[in-house]
Unconditional design. Structure first.
Length: 338
């Protein structure tokens, strides 16, 4: 499952907790002790940076990465201010604005397989680090979309009723977002069943995929569900959804909203219909459950649309989560070339 652990960071005592969680995840994914040691250093520096420099909204996110037999750890540090005045300067070892040794961000970027950062003065900073177990992440298939996301339980809940999944088939990318009705254990059981049905039918179109999920969820509480197929060769995105799954495709100044029908997968779903949308080079897909407000706009975040999909998802979660439900945000980008 693509669920995310979110730790609220209050003070320096939580640096050790974040490090332990990151190392435990890495070891569970088969990392060697040396590889897990790098994860520990990166997690430590990311959380120390939050404690030292961020003023509010400090969170550390942790997710397992799995692709074609390869495994990795994704970490994000999110905050709501004050932002970084000069990112390039802050990445230099020895630079510090808080009287510390200044090795934090530099160490994160050196030791990680992939990194990204977005910061706005007065708004906040989002820092992403991915570390993959040797020999590293698999090579992306030509035309396959870059994908990332966050999936976080309602504050105080043990179980996460949301989930999402992705798979690449040649140059096509298929994505699922699912929101179990309500929240808690039974919602999580329903969303788990939806992911299992999605993964059991890799060749189905979005509409047929939603129908298969609908049939598989008859004995569950039910879910809202959206399935999208991104076909770079044909430059088309096909989508089918039931319930409150929201989504848009952004390309330049063009914005296309994805259409879902009313209903519940596993319950009452009278109509499942597939819609086609343009999927040009460089296009961005953002779709999410109703745990975040639909009033977001990337225009308020200069440069964010060019950042890693997981970082985009993290910023939208940070600033638009309602706080009363589970949250899933899935982001995909078609390569500018291919």
């Amino acid at each position: 499952m693509n669920r995310t652990l979110a730790l609220a960071i209050g003070d320096s005592s939580q640096v050790a907790e974040a490090r332990r969680e990151a190392v435990a995840l890495a070891m569970g994914l088969g990392f060697s002790e040396t590889e897990a040691g790098r994860v520990a250093i990166v997690a430590t520096e990311m959380v120390r940076n939050l404690v030292t420099h961020a003023s509010e909204g400090r969170q550390f996110l942790l997710r397992a990465l799995r692709c074609d037999g390869s495994t990795g750890v994704e970490m994000m540090a999110l905050d709501k201010g004050p932002g970084i005045a000069d990112i390039a300067q802050s990445l230099r070892d020895g630079h510090s604005t808080a009287g510390t040794p200044g090795a934090g961000l530099g160490a994160v970027f050196r030791l990680s397989t992939a990194t990204d950062i977005h910061s706005l003065r007065g708004v906040g900073t989002a820092l992403l680090a991915q570390l993959w177990r040797s020999p590293g992440p698999p090579e992306a298939a030509p035309g396959a979309a870059a994908v990332g996301g966050v999936c976080i339980a309602k504050p105080g809940e043990l179980y996460n009723g949301d989930s999402w999944a992705a798979r690449h088939v040649g140059g096509r990318t298929l994505l699922l977002a699912v929101d179990g009705l309500g929240h808690g254990e039974h919602a999580a059981e329903a969303s788990d069943a939806a992911v299992a049905a999605f993964e059991a039918h890799p060749a189905l179109s979005p509409a047929n995929g939603v129908q298969a999920i609908h049939a598989a969820l008859r004995n569950t509480r039910g879910t809202a569900v959206g399935v999208v197929e991104l076909d770079s060769a044909k430059e088309v995105a096909r989508y089918a959804g039931v319930g409150n799954i929201a989504g848009v495709i952004l390309s330049g100044d063009d914005r296309k909203s994805l259409v879902s029908h009313h209903g519940t997968a596993g319950g009452e779903a009278r109509r499942v219909e597939e819609f086609a949308y343009p999927w040009p080079r460089g296009a961005l897909l953002i779709f999410h459950t109703d745990g975040i407000s639909t009033r977001w706009g990337l225009g308020d975040y200069p440069g964010l649309s060019l950042r890693h999909p997981s970082l985009i998802a993290g910023v939208l979660y940070r600033d638009f989560a309602r706080g009363t439900d589970d949250v899933t945000v899935v982001v995909a980008r078609r390569p500018a070339a291919g």
